[in-house]
Design a protein around this ligand. Structure first.
Ligand code: GAL
Length: 409
């Protein structure tokens, strides 16, 4: 047994021997969580004013009613610990405290998320939870927190690094002991293959390093790189079998509204829906443009993401920079997305009957010689024929066509 196998075996044994109470809260993420998070746009520059205005704007522009219920504070909300070791909010940026802010958010029919880290410090060098897990979870429960994102900075190097299974399981148990249902979002960037051990620990786990607002790029920051939309997309396929109701691969938060073109924003959003990814967007809500709002509020696309089978989609054709993706849905339906990765428009002539779709993970398949499907164009918002005749469509550069196929009765 090598070090890695020993690590997985220990994790499996620890989980198998856990008493019933030492389990993550069930039923909190039967479909991928949806909401807003402060990091992608605001970084450390957050305040109670910004968060309150964001919550108000999400109610007003209909994004709450479209399903985005979590309002998540990311790094840098923290002040110091008090004399008893309880964490407090930054008194300048959050003068009313987190409890008052959570009450404000709850009163608007929304939920609240917070951020901490398994090390001594967060990535933004605020106090981390190491050695204070139970106390922090208790404090979050008192404040009325519903969602905890738990990061992995300052957890040590090499042999001295904290064991990730121990670290995340400790926070899970601390949340359970605090008694308030809270989603646990595991954010160790996929470094320790959480998909292999975290199904009983957290509700979602990051699969990669941080996303950034570009179509395809890798930006180095010394010891780590942030990744563009396509770079992240290309790392997801092997993980699809691990996604299920209650346990989601997290390809990081949405850059919708922060990418330069409408097509890129639309394609990014569509692909995250095809991946059954958590839909946590980061754009500024009070000043949000109507086209960004309309992308995020597309109920047909959201329904693909939120489909209760919880099956992550897959590419079934890749040619000339165009990818055809499929995602099995309830009632024998399918979502199909045709993604143009290139800068040039692509003419598509797709004969459904020549390309059956088969999925070895879910065991579902679509044979278009046996069954015809009605097609709905999810960005056009209209019916678009059937699979009995070939699909002829042009997909603009860096854009997507997304369809829902329903078997004809
Ligand atoms: C990173 C994390 C980001 C954000 C940031 C805050 O580790 O991946 O999503 O939370 O820390 O400092």
């Amino acid at each position: 047994m090598n070090k890695y196998h020993r690590f997985v075996a220990t994790a499996a044994l620890t989980l198998a021997l856990s008493p019933a109470w030492a389990q993550k809260f069930p039923g909190l993420a039967d479909t991928p969580p949806m909401g807003w998070n402060s990091w992608n746009k605001f970084g450390c520059d957050i305040s109670e004013k910004l968060i309150r205005e964001t919550a108000d704007a999400m109610v007003k522009n209909g994004l709450r009613d479209a399903g985005y219920v979590y309002v998540n504070l990311d790094d840098c909300w923290h002040g110091e610990r008090d004399a008893n070791g309880f964490i407090q909010a930054d008194p300048v940026r959050f003068p009313s405290g987190i409890k008052a802010l959570a009450d404000y958010i709850h009163a608007r029919g929304l939920k609240v998320g917070i951020y901490s880290d398994a090390g001594a410090l967060t990535c933004g060098k605020r106090p981390g939870s190491q050695g204070h897990e139970y106390q922090d979870a208790q404090q979050y429960a008192r404040w009325g927190i519903d969602y905890v994102k738990y990061d992995w900075c300052h957890t040590g190097e090499g042999k001295a690094q904290r064991n990730p299974v121990e670290a995340y399981t400790t926070m899970r148990d601390a949340i359970r002991a605090a008694g308030r249902p809270m989603i646990l979002s595991i954010c160790e960037w996929g470094d320790n293959k959480p998909w292999e051990w975290a199904a009983d620990v957290g509700h979602l786990w990051r699969t990669t390093g941080d996303i950034t607002h570009c179509w395809e790029c890798e930006e180095g920051h010394g010891s780590w790189s942030s990744l563009g939309v396509l770079n992240i997309l290309d790392k997801q396929s092997a993980l699809r079998k691990y996604a299920k109701p209650g346990q989601w691969n997290d390809p990081d938060m949405l850059e919708v509204g922060l990418l330069p073109t409408a097509g890129e924003n639309r394609a990014h959003f569509s692909m995250w829906a095809m991946l059954a990814a958590p839909l946590i967007f980061g754009a500024d809500v009070p000043s949000m443009r109507q086209d960004t709002r309309d992308i995020l509020a597309n109920r047909d696309v959201i329904a693909v993401d939120q489909d209760r089978l919880g099956i992550q989609g897959f590419a079934f054709i890749r040619e000339r920079g165009v990818e055809y993706w499929a995602k099995p849905l309830v009632n024998g339906e399918w979502a199909v997305a045709i993604l143009n990765r290139t800068d040039e428009p692509k003419k598509i002539a797709h004969d459904w009957r020549k390309h059956a779709i088969g999925d070895d993970v879910s065991g579902r398949n679509a044979d278009f010689n046996k069954t015809d499907y009605d097609i709905r164009d999810l960005w056009g918002g209209k019916a678009a024929g059937t699979t009995a005749t070939p699909l002829n469509v042009t997909v603009a550069g860096r854009d997507i066509v997304m369809l829902r196929l329903s078997p004809r009765k």
